[in-house]
Design a protein around this ligand. Structure first.
Ligand code: NAD
Length: 307
C-alpha cells in the first residue's frame, strides 16, 4: 500500500514509519522538522520537507503520490506551550488536518484499503474523569488549547470523511514513551529525567510526586497503527495500559536504569496539567486485537539506554 505518514520524522511517527516499511508498505513522509529530525527518518521512506499548514503544497504532494492511506501524526504536541501561545498549536493541529482531508478527498486512491488514521490524544481529551481508567465514552472536556486542537481535529476528520466518503480511524493515546523521544520537550518525562540523570543533574518533579499518568510504549503504539490498516473503521479507540504510574515511581525507575543516586527537586504543579489520567484500552482489543505488551521497567531501560 502507498501510505503517507505526516510527522514521520518525529518520535511516534518515525516508529510508525518503521513498522509500515517493515511490513512491506510504500511509505511517504511529510514533516517540516519542527520537532522532528532527519536522524529519525527511515531511509526506505520518501521524504518531503513540507508544512501541513500549506494547502497548495499538501495538495501537490497528494496529487503526485495518490496514497491509499494517511496516518496523520504531525502536530505541535505540547500542552504548556499551547497555553502560553495557543495560535501555532491551533493552526497546525486544526488547519493542518483540514488541508490533509481536502487533499486525501481529492487525490486519495479508492479501494478497500482506503483510510485516514489520526493520532489524537486520550490524556488531554477527557478532562479529569471521576472514573479511571477512562473509556472512549467519557465526556470530552479539554483543559488546554492542545487538547482542544486535537478534539477539533477529530471533528474536522469526521466531517470530511462524510463529505468525501472515506473511512477514518482515530487513536487516543495515553502518555507515549520510548526511544527517540526528545529529552528537550516539556512532556516525555522518562526521556527528560533520563537525559538529566545521565548527565548527573537532578530532575524536577512538579507537585509532590503523586501526580500519575498511563505510560504506553512507542513500539506498542506503532503496532496499533499497523493493525489499523486492516481492521477498524469509522471508530475511535484509546491506546494505553489502564495503569497509573506516579512521577515518583518514574523517578525511581529511571534512576535504577541510569544508576543515578541523587534526589529530585520538587516544584509547584504547573497550570493546565492533570493530576491523574489512565485509559481503558479494552475497545482496542476488541476492534483491532491490540494489547500493550511492553513491561514498564523494561521499557524504561530501553528508553534510557537509547538516550
Ligand atoms: P513529535 O513532536 O516528536 O512529532 C510531531 C512531528 O510533527 C514532528 O516530527 C514535527 O516536526 C512534525 N510537525 C510539526 N508541525 C508540522 C507541520 N506544520 N508540518 C509538518 N510537520 C510538522 O511528537 P510525538 O510525541 O511523536 O507526537 C506525534 C503525534 O501523537 C502528535 O499528533 C501528538 O499530538 C500525538 N500524541 C502524542 C502523545 C505522546 O505522549 N507523545 C500522546 C497523545 C497523542
Amino acid at each position: 500500500m502507498k501510505i503517507i505518514v505526516t510527522g514521520g520524522a518525529g518520535f511516534i511517527g518515525s516508529h510508525v514509519v518503521d513498522e509500515y516499511v517493515q511490513a512491506g508498505h510504500n511509505v511517504v513522509v511529510i514533516d517540516n522538522l519542527l520537532t522532528g529530525s532527519r536522524k529519525n527518518l527511515n531511509p526506505r521512506a520518501k521524504f518531503y520537507d513540507a508544512n501541513i499548514r500549506d494547502r497548495a503544497v499538501v495538495d501537490r504532494i497528494f496529487k503526485k503520490e495518490r496514497p491509499e492511506v494517511v496516518s496523520h501524526l504531525a502536530a505541535i504536541a505540547e500542552v504548556i506551550k499551547s497555553i502560553r501561545d495557543p495560535m501555532p498549536t491551533l493552526q497546525t493541529n486544526v488547519l493542518g488536518i483540514v488541508n490533509l482531508c481536502l487533499a486525501f478527498g481529492a487525490h486519495g486512491r479508492g479501494g478497500a484499503q482506503r483510510k485516514f488514521i489520526f493520532s489524537s490524544t486520550g490524556g488531554a481529551m477527557y478532562g479529569a474523569p471521576r472514573k479511571l481508567p477512562a473509556t472512549e465514552k467519557e465526556d470530552t472536556i479539554t483543559l488546554s488549547p492542545y487538547g482542544l486542537s486535537k478534539h477539533l481535529g477529530e471533528e474536522v476528520l469526521k466531517f470530511y470523511a462524510r463529505q468525501y466518503n472515506f473511512p477514518y480511524f482515530i487513536f487516543r493515546y495515553a502518555n507515549v514513551y520510548g526511544p527517540r523521544q526528545s529529552p528537550k520537550g516539556e512532556a516525555g518525562v522518562i526521556a527528560i529525567f533520563g537525559g538529566l540523570m545521565k548527565a548527573g543533574a537532578r530532575p524536577i518533579i512538579f507537585g509532590d510526586g503523586t501526580k500519575a499518568r498511563d505510560y504506553v510504549y512507542v513500539g506498542d503504539v506503532a503496532r496499533a497503527n499497523l493493525l489499523a490498516l486492516r481492521r477498524g473503521k469509522n471508530d475511535v479507540v484509546n491506546i494505553g495500559t489502564g495503569k497509573l504510574v506516579t512521577d515518583r515511581a518514574i523517578f525511581d525507575a529511571v534512576a535504577r536504569a541510569s544508576g543515578f543516586k541523587g534526589k529530585p527537586i520538587y516544584k509547584p504543579y504547573r497550570k493546565g496539567e492533570l493530576y491523574k489520567i489512565s485509559l481503558d484500552a479494552r475497545k482496542a482489543g476488541r476492534v483491532l486485537g491490540w494489547k500493550p505488551t511492553m513491561k514498564f521497567e523494561e521499557g524504561v531501560r530501553t528508553t534510557v539506554a537509547a538516550l
